[in-house]
Structure formats: structure tokens, C-alpha cells
Design a protein around this ligand. Structure first.
Ligand code: AMP
Length: 192
């Protein structure tokens, strides 16, 4: 089962993706983790990406797409994945469909996390990450708002909304509920 999580930065996608990954026994793939791994390893990709991340800009198209492509051909993604942080643009969404088409696979659901902008801001500013400064955070939210509607339109046939306000456990229950609306026959196991 192949699932993407979309929504603004600060909506808690990473946390919910991790929980869903345990529930469904599928790998959690996060562009944020992939970039940070490259940066800490000092790879060329990491060095290119760092200045964009620090400024809250999207890392340019091909770099990000190639990085995700390389991850999605790894063996552990054979029965599916939970993808978080990608796609963020329609260009990336099209690239993802192309990667999946090559594998004769397709996405089953796009879980779209919705949260009031003020709440997302508060969450980001309280976690104190290097790219979570007020100016950078506002810029990241602006970029998200520019792409939001076109990404929603693109995923309309498989999109389900999840209200992301509230405690982690509440949002987790909503996420599982939303997913079961999109994939009714799904059998859930308890988190491992
Ligand atoms: P996030 O924590 O998901 O908001 O991502 C942090 C930063 O990583 C973003 O501000 C971008 O610089 C970069 N990034 C993450 N995902 C992507 C993506 N799909 N495309 C381009 N840049 C990305």
C-alpha cells in the first residue's frame, strides 16, 4: 500500500507518518530525514540541499526527485510505503506517478493534513529546529500555500482530509479513520 501525506509544515505529518508506519508495517520515508542524512554524511547532495533548507526554500526539482527515486527502488518498499514531505509540488507529484508507473504500482491514498496556520506556526516555533525561526517558518508556510490548491486538485481522486489539531493520539485516530474511508477493506493491526 502506497500512501502520501500532504499538508503544511508543522501539521505533525512526521509524527503521524511514523505511527502509521508502525500500524501498517510499512517503511516511513521522509524527505526531511533523507536530506538530514545526506547533510550529516556530508554528501554532495547534502551540501547542495543545505542552503535551501536553511533558507526555507524548496530544494530544486531534480535533486529531490532523484533522491526520492533512489529510496523508492530499495527492497523494503516492495509492499508499500508512507511518504512524508513529498510531493510538495505538482511537478513532484507527476514525477512520483512516473516512478510508480515504471514499477506498475500506484498510490492508494493522499492524506491531506489540515491545520490553522497559527497553530502550525506555534508548533514549529516550539520545536526549535534550525530552520524553524519565525522568518523561515513564515516563508515555508507561504510556499506551501502557493502549491496547496494545485496539489489538492491533482490528488482529488484519492485525497482524504485529516484535521491535524489536537493531541497526537486524537490525530492518529482521525488518520486511521480517514484512511479506512479511502481503503475500506483495510485490516489494521495494533502498533508494534
Ligand atoms: P519539512 O520539515 O518537511 O518542512 O522540510 C524541511 C525542508 O526540507 C524544507 O523547507 C525544504 O527545504 C526541504 N524539503 C523537504 N521536502 C522537500 C521537497 N519535497 N521538495 C523540496 N524541498 C523539500
Amino acid at each position: 500500500m502506497r500512501i502520501v501525506l500532504t499538508g503544511p509544515p508543522g501539521a505533525g505529518k512526521g509524527t503521524q507518518a511514523q505511527l502509521l508506519s508502525q500500524t501498517l508495517g510499512l517503511p516511513h520515508i521522509s524527505t526531511d530525514d533523507l536530506f538530514r542524512h545526506h547533510i550529516s554524511e556530508g554528501t554532495e547532495l547534502g551540501m547542495r540541499a543545505k542552503s535551501y533548507i536553511d533558507a526555507g526554500e524548496l530544494v530544486p526539482g531534480e535533486v529531490t526527485i532523484d533522491m526520492v527515486h533512489n529510496r523508492l527502488i530499495e527492497e523494503d518498499t516492495r509492499s508499500g510505503f508512507i511518504l512524508d514531505g513529498f510531493p510538495r509540488t505538482v511537478q513532484q507529484a507527476i514525477a512520483l506517478d512516473e516512478i510508480l508507473n515504471e514499477q506498475l504500482n500506484q498510490l492508494r491514498a493522499a492524506l491531506d493534513f489540515e491545520i490553522a496556520e497559527e497553530e502550525a506556526l506555534i508548533r514549529m516555533l516550539s520545536r526549535g529546529r534550525g530552520d524553524d525561526t519565525p522568518d523561515v517558518v513564515r516563508h515555508r508556510l507561504r510556499l506551501y500555500n502557493c502549491e496547496k490548491q494545485s496539489l489538492r486538485d491533482y490528488y482529488a481522486p484519492i485525497r482524504v482530509t485529516v484535521r491535524a489539531e489536537g493531541e497526537v493520539e486524537e490525530v492518529r485516530a482521525r488518520t486511521v479513520h480517514a484512511l479506512s474511508e479511502q481503503i475500506p477493506l483495510l485490516q489494521y493491526s495494533e502498533p508494534r
